[in-house]
Design a protein around this ligand. Structure first.
Ligand code: GLN
Ligand code: ZN
Length: 769
């Protein structure tokens, strides 16, 4: 096939779409169903209506095959578990009694049974429910949801392509069920799972599917030869089926790497590859295997992970190169549009010029269609779109928001010395000891205290204009007084102000830094019915005014004990936002670091002796491929040091991390050069203390002794026993006593009791030293 005919055949498609609807109708219906105010039938109607509206909109925009089966009441990995009959034993009765209630029981648990575990979907902020499998798992096919949704789309007269989580990724995302030995590898169940996929594929074929998409994002991670063999076997077996639709195997979030030759050889009909983050590597690998003769190539050129308009010329150039490499080249977003908000035109509060730089799901759909048209019919058919695109890109590049000469000059002048404390740790620690005068095993908390009803009401009142700024600030001060008084009474050594003024640890700072934008409707699914509205880091970052000083100062005025300053670190400020894609992340991190450095310096000048800079996201932004990690960790740790290194030796820098297995980043934690690190550890019985000690970590450590993700109150004996475990790894002069994380999601009675017990435990163990 020549590249001209391949071009003529080009079509637009997407792999998935936000599920919630313009007014978050799905969230409301599902939560209403849980509360009993919405019937199952009404929930189903709402869902079907949302699906129809999405498909009509996609088809109306010019998408050729609409995706089906990507819709979910809660999570598409959970839907896959239902599709293959992998219902954990503890949920079976609930599922048999009522499929919908059983489904939600797996997702959220009930009084009697725990839910499935939830974890992040690759390096996104979407969380999926982890399949639980064991040697006794029996898979059975249940294609009802997939077949039903395909039928709905076909009934509208549309071309539709069911999207399924692929069998290899499904197994690689699973974990051993409770009670199954740790070493059990779910991938060993592949031969049992494939016949179930075969059955679902046959059902979809019978229901009218011409193509089915099998998503295999797990193949963009480093995979062992055994895992690659499993992928080869899976797609050989599925490919050889006679009664099946055409198979499109989709990859996204990174390069396919060594999995590309495996899939290129497999008897499947098409591959989808990510040409945003992984463009160069995927192009080279495709050329190296001699392209995909006889196969359909779906090119993910529009970034499905970020909110910026596409660079049409760049995408067309990639697409042009691809034309020579496959029989048919279709145009898509790099991944499901689930990870971006729905519609940028809903953002009426944004400067209209800035709004033109943004593309949410709806705009990305149009971009994909435009690119496919340009490819199929020639770029002169999209001349107007190209001109507009060029103008919008130029407006972004030339804007004072994205280019602040002062910020750029300052970042360019940074030297290696700026990211180094003036004295090495051993000398600093002596100075800090003299300055702070703390007992051994000092006690502290991670920052936030319960966000009370009054506080939330006050914040809502301020937003709605019912409360003026002064009244709101009085409320915040009242909360601070209560938090400080409690900590003094409880006998905590290093106090916090409790963060009552913060709605969220990233948003609070984003609202005060130049360069960040906020959206009104930019909701993105985090898990189930929980949606977040990440800020958009659009331009050069600076700090026009102090952000936290007022509150830390106020808290310090109430007590003679040290009050910790509390900031969110540069990596986390990036990780939980949409970030600009027009410069390296390292450059953006450096700008944020310099803005935070100003705050750190101001806090110190105001007499703050302890400053904590939280980096809970350090681990989660770790690149999917090992080879990319050192470069990331180098700029990430440098940004942290740049933010914190300007202080005097006797000022103590803390950092905090949670949500993670720390094994991969022990060296990076050391490279932060913080004086004290507090980490989540209660559930793993202080495991991280041993890991850090084993890696030779020389500084002070606060492994959590109070699991704040549970309403349970640990008693003093339990906390003391965790401390004794910690002492086996970390000597008393370097061990801190603190909870796992902030307390904002907990209620005051639990927090009071738990912290009193924590102080009692510290005192008891101090007596044993
Ligand atoms: N200082 C923050 C708090 O206590 C830290 C939150 C986090 O690590 N996720 O709320
Ligand atoms: Zn935390």
């Amino acid at each position: 096939m020549t590249s001209t005919t391949a071009a003529a055949a080009a079509r637009a498609t997407v792999y998935g779409y936000p599920r919630q609807g313009q007014g978050r109708e799905l969230k409301k219906a599902v939560e209403g169903y849980w509360k009993g105010t919405v019937t199952a039938a009404a929930l189903r109607d709402t869902a079907a209506g949302l699906r129809r509206a999405t498909w009509r909109q996609l088809a109306g925009a010019g998408v050729h095959e609409v995706p089906t089966g990507d819709f979910s009441y809660y999570d598409h990995v959970l839907d896959t578990s239902v599709m293959v009959g992998a219902v954990p034993a503890r949920h079976r009765a609930a599922v048999e009694a009522d499929a919908l209630d059983g489904y939600f029981a797996m997702a959220r648990g009930t009084q009697e049974v725990a839910p499935l575990e939830m974890t992040k979907w690759f390096d996104t902020n979407y969380h999926y429910l982890v399949p639980e499998l064991g040697p006794d798992t029996v898979f059975t096919a249940d294609s009802a949801k997939q077949v039903g949704e395909l039928g709905e789309a076909l009934a509208l007269g549309l071309a539709a392509r069911p999207v399924l989580v692929g069998p290899v990724t499904y197994l690689l995302l699973a974990k051993p069920a409770p009670g199954v030995a740790e070493g059990f590898e779910p991938l060993t169940l592949l031969d049992r799972l494939l016949p179930v996929y075969a059955e679902v594929l046959a059902d979809l074929r019978a229901a009218g599917a011409e193509w089915v998409q099998l998503d295999e994002p797990a193949l963009v991670q480093d995979r062992t030869p055994a895992e690659l063999n499993a992928a080869a076997r899976a797609y050989r077996d599925l490919g050889r089926l006679t009664d099946r639709p055409k198979l499109l195997v989709a990859s996204y979030f990174d390069r396919l790497g060594e999995a590309l030759p495996v899939l290129a050889k497999a008897p499947v009909d098409g591959l989808a590859l990510d040409f945003t983050r992984a463009a160069a590597a995927n192009l080279a690998a495709l050329a190296a295997v001699g392209g995909l003769p006889g196969k359909r190539l779906v090119a993910g050129v529009v970034d499905g992970r970020n909110v910026w308009i596409d660079d049409f010329e760049q995408s067309l150039s990639i697409l042009g190169t691809l034309l020579g490499l496959a029989d048919r080249v279709d145009v898509a977003a790099s991944c499901s549009l689930l990870h971006v908000p729905l519609d940028a035109t809903a953002e009426r509060d944004l400067d209209p010029q800035v709004a033109r730089w943004l593309a949410f799901a709806r705009q990305k759909t149009t971009e994909v269609v435009t690119l496919a048209r340009g490819l199929a019919q020639g770029t002169d058919t999209i001349a107007a779109e190209l001109a507009a695109n060029r103008a919008d890109l130029a407006s972004r590049a030339g804007s004072a928001l994205t280019r602040d000469p002062a910020v750029r000059a300052r970042a360019a002048a940074v030297t290696a010395a700026d990211a180094r404390r003036s004295q090495p740790y051993p000398e600093r620690t002596a100075a800090q000891r003299a300055h702070l005068g703390l007992p051994p095993l000092p006690t502290t908390t991670i920052g936030s205290f319960p966000q009370t009803g009054e506080l939330r009401a006050a914040r809502a009142g301020l937003r709605a204009g019912r409360l003026d700024e002064a009244a709101y600030e009085q409320r915040v001060e009242a909360e601070i007084r209560e938090v400080v008084a409690f900590q003094e009474k409880a006998g905590i050594d290093v106090l916090v102000h409790g963060e009552p003024e913060r709605n969220d640890m990233v948003q609070y700072f984003a609202e005060q830094l130049t360069g960040y934008l906020a959206t009104q409707h930019g909701w993105v699914q985090s898990y189930g019915t929980r949606y977040v509205r990440p800020p958009i880091l659009a331009g050069d970052v600076s700090r026009p005014e102090p952000m936290t000083l007022r509150w830390t100062r106020y808290a310090q005025s109430l007590t003679r004990r040290p009050v910790k300053g509390m900031l969110t670190g540069p990596v986390t400020m990036l990780a939980w936002s949409f970030v600009r894609d027009d410069q390296p992340l390292a450059d953006t991190a450096r700008q944020v670091a310099l803005a935070l450095r100003d705050e750190v310096d101001d806090l110190e000048a105001a007499g703050t002796a302890v400053i904590q800079v939280d980096e809970p996201a350090l681990r989660e932004t770790l690149p999917l491929r090992e080879a990319d990690r050192p470069a990331y960790l180098a700029w990430a740790t440098e940004a942290f040091r740049l933010a914190t290194a300007g202080v005097r030796p006797d000022t103590q820098i803390h950092t905090h991390m949670c949500y993670a297995e720390f094994g991969d980043i022990l060296t990076a934690i050391d490279d932060l050069d913080a004086d004290v690190v507090s980490l989540e550890a209660a559930r793993s019985h202080m495991q991280v203390a041993g890991e850090l000690a084993g890696a030779g970590y020389p500084r002070e450590v606060g492994p959590g002794v109070y699991d704040i993700h549970s309403p349970r109150v640990p008693d003093a004996r339990e906390a003391a026993s965790l401390l004794r475990t910690g002492l086996k790894a970390i000597p008393a002069e370097r061990l801190w006593v603190n909870p796992d994380c902030g307390l904002k999601t907990r209620a005051w009675p639990e927090v009071r009791a738990s912290l009193e017990n924590l102080v009692a435990a510290a005192r008891e163990v101090r007596g044993e030293l």
